[in-house]
Design a protein around this ligand. Structure first.
Ligand code: PMP
Length: 353
C-alpha cells in the first residue's frame, strides 16, 4: 500500500547509464570514453594544486574555463555556458527553453536521456522516426513544435548530418530553440557552430568527456548568442550557483589550451575507427558509417544479445539495449588499437569459431 504522501511524488523512470565495472582488468568499450589520458598539463595541475583554494567557493561563472573555451572557439565569454558534463548543460537547456505546450521533437532512435529530461520536467514531446538508412529526415522537423534537439553525429547510430541540413531545420524554426548535441563532433564531422552568428535560436552543445578524455571530470558547454546564454545562466543561478568545482575549472582550461594533444589524440581514434570498420566488415557485421568514437554494428550471423553476453564472459564490455530496432545492434566504443584487436579476436571465436 502507498503512503498518501507518495501521491505527490515526482515519479520518474531514470536514465540508465552504461555499466561501470568495478574490475579494472576489463576491456571497456561500452560508454564511449576516450582510451587515452587527458592532456599532460592536467596531471601537472593536479600534482601542484594549492589546496587552500578549496577553502573558497569557486567562481560561479567558471570564468577561467569559460574564457578558455571562448578563446578556443573564437567567441565572447558571454556566448559560452559551462556545466557539469553536457548532461547538466542539456538538462539546464531543457528547463530554460522547452517551456511550451507544443511538443519538443527528437528522433525515435537517439540519446536515451532526452525523453527522461522531458518526463522529469513535464515537457511534452514527440519522437520522429529515422529513415531506413538511420538518417534524420529534415521534413519531420518542419511542423509546430516547442523545440528541437538531436545529436550530430547521432547516438547510438554514429550517423553524421551535414551543416546544410542543420541550417535548413534551424531556419525553418525561428520560433523554437534548436539544440544540436555535438558530443561526438570532434571525431570527423563539421561543427554547425558558425551558424550561431546567423541564428539566435541555435544552441550548440559539446563535452570534454569524449574528445578531451575527461569524462570523470564532468565538463560540458553550450555556445549560442548572448541572449540564449544569459537565459540559461538565469535559470542556473536560480538553482545552484556553484555547480563546477575549482579543480575541474582549472584542469578543463588547461586541457582546452593544448590544441596539439587534442588533435593528435582525436586522430589516433579516427585511425582506429577506420581500421575497426574494415575488421567488422570482414566479420560480417553491418553498420551505418560512423563519424564518432563508436560503431553501431549488427552482427548479422548471430544475435546481438548473444554476442554481447559472450563478450562479457570474456571481460569485454560493449553496449546493447533490449529495445525495438536497436536490439539487433551492438554499440562498440573505439578503444586503443590493442584493445580493438583483442575484441576482434574474441568476435572471430564467437561468430566463426
Ligand atoms: N550527449 C550524447 C549524445 C551522449 O552520448 C552523451 C554521453 N552519454 C552525452 C550527451 C553526455 O555526456 P557528458 O555528460 O559526459 O558530457
Amino acid at each position: 500500500m502507498n503512503n498518501s504522501w507518495e501521491d505527490n511524488v515526482r515519479r520518474v523512470v531514470p536514465y540508465v547509464p552504461g555499466e561501470q565495472p568495478k574490475e579494472t582488468d576489463v576491456i571497456k568499450l561500452n560508454t564511449n570514453e576516450n582510451p587515452y589520458p587527458p592532456a599532460p598539463e592536467v596531471r601537472a595541475i593536479l600534482d601542484s594544486f594549492d589546496e587552500s583554494r578549496m577553502r573558497l567557493y569557486p567562481t560561479p561563472d567558471a570564468a577561467e574555463l569559460t574564457d578558455a573555451i571562448a578563446e578556443r572557439y573564437g567567441l565572447k565569454s558571454s556566448q559560452v555556458f559551462v556545466g557539469v558534463g553536457s548532461d547538466d548543460v542539456i538538462s539546464m537547456a531543457f528547463l530554460t527553453f522547452f517551456n511550451s505546450d507544443k511538443p519538443v521533437l527528437f528522433p525515435d532512435i537517439t540519446y536515451s536521456f532526452y525523453d527522461v529530461w522531458a518526463d522529469v520536467y513535464r515537457i511534452p514531446y514527440q519522437t520522429k522516426p529515422l529513415r531506413a538508412d538511420l538518417t534524420i529526415d529534415p521534413a519531420d522537423y518542419k511542423c509546430e513544435n516547442g523545440g528541437i534537439i538531436f545529436p550530430n553525429p547521432n547516438a547510438p547510430t554514429g550517423v553524421y548530418e551535414s551543416v546544410e541540413m542543420i541550417e535548413d531545420i534551424v531556419k525553418a524554426n525561428p520560433d523554437s530553440v534548436v539544440m544540436i548535441d555535438e558530443a561526438y563532433i570532434d571525431f570527423g564531422g563539421e561543427s554547425c557552430l558558425p551558424l550561431i552568428e546567423k541564428y539566435d535560436n541555435l544552441l550548440v552543445i559539446q563535452t570534454f568527456s569524449k574528445s578531451r578524455s575527461m569524462a570523470g571530470m564532468r565538463i560540458g558547454f553550450a555556445m549560442g548568442c548572448e541572449k540564449l546564454i544569459k537565459y540559461m545562466n538565469d535559470v542556473k543561478f536560480s538553482i545552484n550557483s556553484y555547480t563546477m568545482n575549482t579543480v575541474t575549472q582549472v584542469c578543463g582550461a588547461a586541457a582546452v589550451r593544448d590544441e596539439k594533444y587534442f588533435r593528435d589524440t582525436v586522430q589516433k581514434i579516427i585511425d582506429t575507427r577506420e581500421y575497426s570498420k574494415k575488421k567488422l566488415s570482414e566479420l560480417g557485421f553491418m553498420f551505418p558509417d560512423s563519424m564518432s568514437n563508436f560503431i553501431f554494428a549488427s552482427p548479422h550471423k548471430k544475435s546481438a544479445e548473444y554476442v554481447f553476453t559472450e563478450l562479457k564472459k570474456r571481460r569485454i564490455f560493449v553496449r546493447w539495449w533490449d529495445k525495438p530496432i536497436v536490439r539487433d545492434y551492438l554499440r562498440i566504443s573505439v578503444g586503443t588499437r590493442e584493445e580493438m584487436d583483442k575484441l576482434f579476436a574474441a568476435l572471430e571465436e564467437i561468430i566463426n569459431g
